[in-house]
Design a protein around this ligand. Structure first.
Ligand SMILES: *Cc1c(COP(=O)(O)O)cnc(C)c1O
Length: 302
């Protein structure tokens, strides 16, 4: 397991025209199966589980969830039993994400959407503890304070100078970790993958405060690049991902990193950044889900 991922300077005629520099931190290269930010979020949780003598990781997610895939892989590599509660009905043909999870030994249970919504209630959690007495519980998406701690390490040992950090946001845990780790330095922009991403503002503020007892004001969310919602995929986003791959030989996916970099290109085009600005974009990984998305949508992104 590598503790740091390479930083790559991106070359694009647009960046030259607008006088900005864009670097990409390749967290997608951190680990072959425990992808990018999910590895950062799990690291200290796995340590805590071991210290608490828990032998089972229990978690939640959608059928295409990068977090589910990462927990399954981590369980296999670090010798934990893993249990995944999947939102929705069981399908006859498993998608590649769930096939992978099962191949890592994860035990899957399906929860209808209504029951899934109750997963954080005292009743449900009590039942879980009863069923799996030695369970270490990881929330959906893996966001908790130990996850923030892991994400602060994304910015260790960056050898280049930069003014802005940009990162995609689902639960906002990764972004909160970056902001907490920077402790008021630089500017940070988050790109929510979900529609109505403004609710994240409050969640992220609270996470940062719980983590370090501080509030910071050097960050913002750009909420207009969700493309209609979490897994809504528009043709211009697909074309952008194909362009990006051709231009930079870097694969993106359409849920998180594709939207973030599309948004970055758009902001650069609008001259949001002063000439001379250096931007460090975080490639948070998440490529495991691509095969399933391509299959479901009948298109090619790779
Ligand atoms: C899960 C994920 C995110 C979102 O992380 P949060 O900490 O939930 O905001 C971003 N990018 C990728 C590739 C992911 O898999």
């Amino acid at each position: 397991m590598k503790e740091s991922a390479p930083v790559q300077l991106l070359h694009d005629p647009l960046f030259a025209t607008k006088g900005v520099q864009v670097y990409l931190k390749r967290e997608d290269l951190l680990h072959p199966t425990i992808s990018g930010n999910k590895w950062r979020k799990l690291k200290y949780n796995l340590q805590a589980a071991r210290e608490q003598k828990k032998d089972t990781l229990v978690t939640f997610g959608g059928a295409y969830s990068n977090h589910i895939a990462a927990v399954a892989a981590a369980g296999k590599e670090y010798n934990f039993r893993t249990v995944g509660y999947i939102r929705g009905e069981a399908h006859q043909a498993l998608n590649p994400t769930l096939t992978f999870a099962i191949s890592c030994g994860m035990q899957l249970h399906y929860l209808d959407r209504e029951t899934y919504r109750l997963k954080n209630t005292a009743n449900f959690l009590e039942e879980l503890q009863h069923k799996y007495p030695s369970a270490y519980l990881l929330p959906e998406g893996g966001t908790n304070l130990l996850a923030l701690k892991g994400c602060t390490e994304i910015l260790q040992d960056i050898a280049v100078d930069y003014d802005y950090i940009i990162c995609a946001a689902g639960t906002g845990g990764t972004l909160a970790g970056l902001i907490a780790g920077l402790a008021g330095e630089k500017e940070i922009i988050g790109f929510p993958a979900l529609k109505g991403g403004a609710f994240l503002q409050e969640d992220i503020s609270q996470l940062i405060f719980s983590y370090g007892g501080q509030h910071y004001h050097n960050w913002e969310l750009q909420t207009q690049y969700h493309f209609g919602g979490y897994a809504k995929i528009k043709p211009e986003l697909i074309s952008f991902i194909q362009y990006f791959k051709q231009q930079h030989q870097v694969q993106l996916e359409p849920i998180y990193t594709g939207k973030m970099l599309y948004g970055l290109y758009d902001l650069i085009r609008q001259e949001y950044f002063k000439p001379g600005t250096a931007i460090l974009a975080i490639h948070t990984g998440g490529l495991q889900g691509l095969a399933g998305l391509e299959e479901r949508l009948g298109l090619r992104l790779t």
